[in-house]
Design a protein around this ligand. Structure first.
Ligand code: A2P
Length: 334
């Protein structure tokens, strides 16, 4: 990428800042980096490789000379500005849900379907963070013994709701400990010392919220398998930046926990954390700030006497593998 100019749309946001961090920490060799955000942030500065970069206002003209544009400013902004970026000659890697379900737009997790990057016509979609966390460790199993049915429950961090929700978790926790009232602003219900159903709209026909529907639909698209039966329950927990997922999956043929562990021990993007003696398994605390999906608690699903089902627990940094890192990996492959 050393001749490329990269733009970051939403550079001041929770994911935007991690885009910059990933480019820096991976030593991605760029020609230049352009930071774009709203008019509120224009003129402010952000550090990149020891230099202060001035944040520019996002406009249609901001993409002149840009080769790759990493978007994370919400799906409205993506729908409005991604076409302008493509028109200016940039390839867009979009972290929002704006284009994910479009059959003509690749939805990519590099460890699974990097080959789909070549199909792009200007836009590549970065999947939902819970879908990435679930699918990276499921793919190695699916390849050798196809998954027929999958049930997931998520434990989702504040970072998925952006910088404002992370701040709400911190401020409401402090207020709680100080015995003060904290009226929720970003989400509907008190966040400190509480869990609640994911703060996306419920589909009145199915009873599934938008996040759950994304996990179901995106998993089928990425695995290129419409027949996998999937159910999801997505829950917000008072954790700052790493999502955890409890999953049970049924394969085509019998499978043992030992086989799954052997597959995951050599799977790219996965780290086994499965220490039964010490009750040490994936935790958001350990997943935060690193790029792997941690996988453990790998055991037989005792409710399935056929021996085809496994339960496991995984955790990954929502801002890194769940968002910025996955997008930067896509940009590197471009
Ligand atoms: P700004 O900080 O200027 O509002 P998060 O996901 O953490 O909530 O961050 C959202 C990102 O999207 C921020 O960088 C924010 O910039 C950016 N953003 C929000 N609205 C706009 C807009 N109308 N034009 C450009 N960027 C926007």
């Amino acid at each position: 990428m050393k001749n490329k100019t990269v733009a970051i749309v939403g550079a001041t946001g929770a994911v935007g800042r991690e885009f910059v961090g990933c480019i820096e920490s991976r030593g991605v060799p760029l020609a230049s980096l352009k930071l774009l955000a709203s008019a509120r942030s224009a003129g402010k500065t952000q550090m990149f490789r020891g230099k202060e970069l001035v944040i520019e206002e996002l406009t249609d003209r901001a993409f002149d000379g840009v080769d790759i544009a990493l978007f994370s400013a919400g799906s409205g902004i993506s729908k409005q500005y991604a076409p302008a970026a493509v028109k200016a000659g940039a390839v867009v890697v979009d972290n929002s849900s704006a284009f994910r379900s479009d059959p003509a737009i690749p939805l990519v997790i590099p460890e699974i379907n990097a080959r789909r990057i070549a199909d792009h016509k200007g836009i590549i979609a970065n999947p939902n963070c819970s879908a990435i966390t679930t699918l990276v460790p499921l793919w190695p199993v699916h390849q050798v013994n196809p998954v027929k049915r999958l049930i997931v429950s998520t434990y989702q961090a504040a970072s998925g709701g952006g910088a404002a929700l992370m701040e709400e978790l911190e401020l409401s926790t402090r207020a709680y400990l100080d015995g003060k009232e904290y009226p929720p602003k970003v989400v509907k219900y008190p966040y400190a010392f509480n869990v609640f159903s994911h703060n996306t709209a419920i589909d009145m026909a199915t009873g599934y919220n938008d996040e759950e529907t994304k996990v179901i639909k995106e998993s089928k698209k990425i695995f290129e398998d419409d027949k996998i039966a999937i159910s999801a329950t997505c829950i917000r927990v008072p954790v700052l930046r790493a999502h955890s997922v409890s999953m049970t999956f049924e394969c085509e043929r019998p499978i043992t926990p030992e086989e799954v562990k052997a597959l995951l021990a050599k799977a790219p993007g996965v780290k086994l954390v499965d220490d039964w003696a010490n009750n040490y398994f994936p935790m958001p605390k350990d997943a935060s700030g690193q790029g792997d999906v941690l996988a453990g608690r790998i055991r037989k699903d005792l409710s399935d006497p056929s021996g085809k089902s496994i339960s496991m627990f995984v955790a990954a940094d929502q801002l890194l593998k769940g968002a910025a890192l996955n997008a930067v990996q896509i940009a590197e492959l471009l």
